[in-house]
Design a protein around this ligand. Structure first.
Ligand code: UD1
Length: 440
């Protein structure tokens, strides 16, 4: 269908997808969690470190996997993905190119994950600078400082980060990160595994997705000590071999289902979840009044009353994950009492609060803090997702609002949740995906 440009204005009608949600729902049933998005994408980049065929399992069927597949193809690999089996197969040739183009990097910031492998394999990398995104500016200074300490020269040319390893190859060194950055830890880890000598990453990020990457690297023949701790010691080897690896389950998706049960006063059994990665999240759900129980392959959350508001402070793992902050704000918005939410990782993460306010939520933000006063009901309205987790938070709020909420910008949600609306429908939600003509 073709929609003409509206006369005399810069606006045009385009076809977009939305979720139509009828609220006042109680969710009940079982869900199955796929592998972690934030791990799968990096594991695909890790494959670049070994010539031959790598297989990665439990890779979620999301757009970012398609983007990463395309990026690897442009670098010279053959990549296939089967959404039914959730298996990615990557064939890496002897010789790969070293440029990550802007058109892909701008669509997915995680493309930066190829930086470390490209330098390690080819001695150079031209990676488009990702720029800002909807949750903040997200610098690369720690990636750059670490690579410079390993002997690289790093310049910025025409919007690209241009990195050149020293003639004799990367040099192992001791790097102290100012902050336990997930991305910087990954870059230095992937650079260090093929470097000369030993690289120590001090104050490293400890997220389970980093441990997953380390485990795959060790299977490939890398020498890494301190996995899961804040000091990773990586002794370079000459060569790595391709492997068959299964991605760690997505703790953020699992946690989102936990909140979905609590906010709707429902009961959900979450399968394929690693409970040890969610201790603090369970603690908060329990404080809110939910009953959290371990089951054989995951956990269940049952709530039989209105949640109590809970304070949240986001911090690097094992602290409370920033990627679950919007979902907990949504729960606090209909909770009994008031709560203070402190965001320490991404400055723009409270942007979604304005959208939540459109549903009647009472939230005041001041810098890093948001004060949420729970209300007994939320009232439906059209809202716009600004990023993946904000989108999930808005859908959860829409599930309990009175009436019909239209959620725009659902392409963000699709980047982190596989067929979110289908899974919600199976749990009893009244939600549909529709294509509408909208002004853009
Ligand atoms: C990853 C996750 C994201 C999660 C975040 C924190 C992926 C694809 N994304 O993002 O979902 O919310 O971890 O758990 O895995 N920073 C700098 N300079 C640097 C590096 C980071 O200033 O060199 C800052 C960023 O601007 C940000 C903070 O540090 O404010 C956290 O960044 P980082 O831990 O690296 O997160 P990402 O890898 O971007």
């Amino acid at each position: 269908m073709h929609y003409p440009r509206v006369q005399g204005s810069a606006l045009a009608l385009c076809l977009v997808e939305i979720f139509r949600v009828n609220g006042e729902t109680r969710l009940e049933g079982d869900v199955y969690v796929s592998g972690a998005k934030n791990s799968s994408l990096k594991l695909m980049a890790v494959a670049l470190l070994a010539t031959g065929q790598t297989t990665i399992r439990s890779v979620p069927d999301i757009l970012d996997v398609t983007i990463m597949s395309e990026l690897l193809r442009r670098l010279g690999c053959a990549v296939s993905y089967d959404p039914q089996t959730e298996v990615v197969v990557i064939d890496v040739p002897e010789s790969i190119t070293h440029r990550a183009d802007y058109d892909l990097v701008r669509r997915m910031r995680a493309s930066i994950a190829v930086l470390g492998p490209l330098i390690a394999r080819t001695g150079e990398a031209d990676v488009a600078l990702p720029g800002g995104d909807n949750i903040g500016s997200r610098g690369l200074d720690m990636h750059i400082a670490g690579l410079e300490r390993m002997g690289c020269t790093v310049t910025s040319e025409h919007g690209y980060l241009v990195v050149q390893a020293p003639t004799g190859g990367l040099v192992g060194t001791h790097v102290y990160l100012d902050f336990p950055s997930v991305g910087a830890t990954e870059t230095l880890l992937m650079a260090g595994v093929l470097a000369n000598g030993t690289t120590v990453i001090d104050n490293a990020a400890r997220e389970p997705e980093i441990a997953d990457i380390c485990e795959m690297l060790v299977e490939m023949g890398a020498h890494i000590e301190g996995i899961g701790s804040s000091m990773l010691t990586v002794t370079g080897v000459d060569e790595l071999k391709p492997v068959d690896h299964t991605t760690v389950p997505d703790r953020i998706v699992a946690g989102t289902w936990g909140v979905a049960a609590a906010i709707t006063q429902g009961s959900i059994a979450v399968h394929n979840a690693r409970t040890e990665h969610l201790s603090l999240v369970f603690e908060k759900l329990t404080s809110a009044g939910a009953v959290v129980s371990e089951i054989v392959d995951g956990f269940s959350v049952t709530m039989d009353r209105r949640p109590t508001a809970v304070d949240i402070v986001t911090l690097p793992y094992p602290g409370f994950p920033t990627d679950l902050q919007p979902q907990f704000i949504a729960m606090n918005a209909i909770a009994d009492g008031a709560a203070l939410v402190t965001e320490n990782l991404f400055e723009a993460r409270f942007r979604f609060v304005q959208e939540l306010s459109r549903l009647g939520a009472e939230v005041r933000t001041d810098g890093h803090h948001a004060l949420v006063r729970g209300r007994s009901t939320l009232s439906s309205a059209p809202v716009e997702s600004t990023d993946i987790r904000a989108g999930a938070g808005l859908v959860l709020a829409a599930l309990v609002a009175d009436g019909e909420t239209i959620v725009h910008g659902i392409e963000h949600i699709d980047r982190g949740y596989v067929k979110f609306e289908e899974q919600l429908r199976r749990l009893g939600a009244d939600i549909s995906r529709e294509t509408i003509a909208d002004l853009v």
